[in-house]
Design a protein around this ligand. Structure first.
Ligand SMILES: [Zn+2]
Length: 270
């Protein structure tokens, strides 16, 4: 049996005000009530696992290919424009490794937000693992606005994508040898993180449990877009404990500086 291989699939980037991910990076002062604000580029990516027993598994599915052509609401696009090349489409990223969507039997969705669940429609024959509390929250929000195509960062068509079977996750789970799912509360009622034990190193993908390095530093910089800030701090500490125990590498969800150092598909980690 071959060892576990792990690929990072580049799905383009979203741009927005930095303060959404790192709150108050710049503050008003006595002499400047209009402090400098930063517009940042933030990567979207998926993690593909070639597992010797479980076959092909995918963590997150990126943004929808037509996001900027009417699939995302206009108001969203003004604050969070999404950019991608043809090559960065998930379907073309899979093709780099010679795969089609139907080759993926297991999809782990960190949460239902539009920059993570936009490719779900490709995987109607896969088993989808979804954090139960996030799914129920999204369904509740959408149910209050039955005529709307979206509610905040949840797009109805993403949330209602068909699957072979939906598996609702409520606690940490060992999905296969070397592959674990961890639950992280805060960004939404629950987000799933992925832990991959490779021969070389253990990698933790906390998804939007930790967006960028500043959220994890000694002085924790919180974000403005948490569902529940206190739970979020607890989740960061949960990752920290795991990291200290396993000497792993943390792969932030939206940190462009770190992302530039990632090895991208078709290259892989093993
Ligand atoms: Zn995200």
């Amino acid at each position: 049996m071959h060892p576990i291989k792990m690929y990072i699939l580049d799905n383009g980037w979203v741009e927005y005000d930095e303060s959404l991910l790192v709150s108050n990076p710049t503050l008003d002062t006595i002499s400047n009530h209009n402090p400098y604000r930063k517009w940042i580029k933030s990567p979207c990516y998926c993690v593909l696992i070639d597992h010797p027993e479980k076959g092909w598994m995918l963590f997150d599915t990126g943004s929808h290919p037509e996001a900027m052509k009417g699939y995302w609401p206009n108001e969203t696009i003004k604050q969070f424009p999404y950019y991608r090349t043809e090559q960065q489409l998930l379907i073309n990223q899979l093709a780099l490794i010679g795969l089609k969507p139907q080759d993926i039997k297991t999809v782990i969705l960190s949460h239902g937000h539009l920059d993570h669940a936009g490719g779900l429609f490709l995987f109607k024959n896969a088993d989808i693992y979804w954090p139960k509390a996030d799914y129920e929250y999204a369904k509740r929000l959408l149910a209050i606005q039955p005529e709307s195509r979206s509610s905040g960062p949840y797009i109805r068509a993403d949330i209602e994508s068909p699957a072979r079977e939906l598996h609702f996750v409520t606690k940490n789970l060992k999905l296969a040898p070397g592959i674990e799912i961890i639950t992280l509360r805060g960004h939404t009622p629950e987000v799933l993180g992925l832990v991959v034990h490779l021969n070389s190193c253990t990698y933790i993908f906390p998804s939007d449990g930790i967006y960028m390095a500043p959220n994890y530093g000694s002085r924790i910089n919180q974000s403005d877009i948490f569902y529940d800030n206190l739970s979020c701090l607890e989740s960061i500490e949960k990752v920290r404990k795991l990291n200290e125990k396993s000497h792993s590498r943390i792969m932030y969800s939206h940190d462009m500086e770190q992302f530039k150092r990632f090895k991208l598909a078709p290259e892989y980690y093993e």
